[in-house]
Ligand binder design. Structure first.
Ligand SMILES: [Zn+2]
Ligand SMILES: [Zn+2]
Length: 127
């Protein structure tokens, strides 16, 4: 799969049998639908996060294309002043996070620091 943002080939990282596509060039992350649920340890938190994302009315058409269906994605804006803009495939294939966005989203939703996804971010970006 090629990167949504810069079109470089992405590498696949494996975490708890979940495959995550990561672009080494720009630091972006592609999560297939359902992968967030697997990554955030608490089902409650994952459910809340996904519900929030799917209920967001603050959307606008985006320019980036879904790496799976190649259709243009929409942008979901979240956080204070809509500062995080996540690309979302309308057919629900997955979500694209630019570098640092996944971390910000997790902070906004106050997820457990010990969850697998935090470990992943640490190993990827050394934070
Ligand atoms: Zn990239
Ligand atoms: Zn798609």
């Amino acid at each position: 799969m090629n990167c949504v943002a810069c079109n470089e080939p992405m590498v696949v990282l494996e975490l708890q049998e979940v495959e995550i596509d990561h672009c080494l060039a720009c630091g972006g992350i592609w999560l297939d639908a359902g992968e967030i649920e697997l990554l955030v340890d608490s089902k409650l938190e994952a459910g809340r996060l996904l519900e929030e994302l799917s209920e967001r009315r603050n959307r606008q058409p985006g320019k980036r294309k879904c790496p799976i269906c190649l259709k243009k994605m929409e942008i979901i804006m979240i956080g204070p002043k809509d500062k995080v803009q996540i690309d979302h495939c309308r057919k629900n294939h997955g979500l694209w996070f630019d570098r640092g966005e996944l971390e910000t989203v997790l902070k906004i939703f106050d997820t457990d620091d010990h969850s697998a996804v935090h470990g992943l971010l640490k190993s990827m970006f050394g934070k």
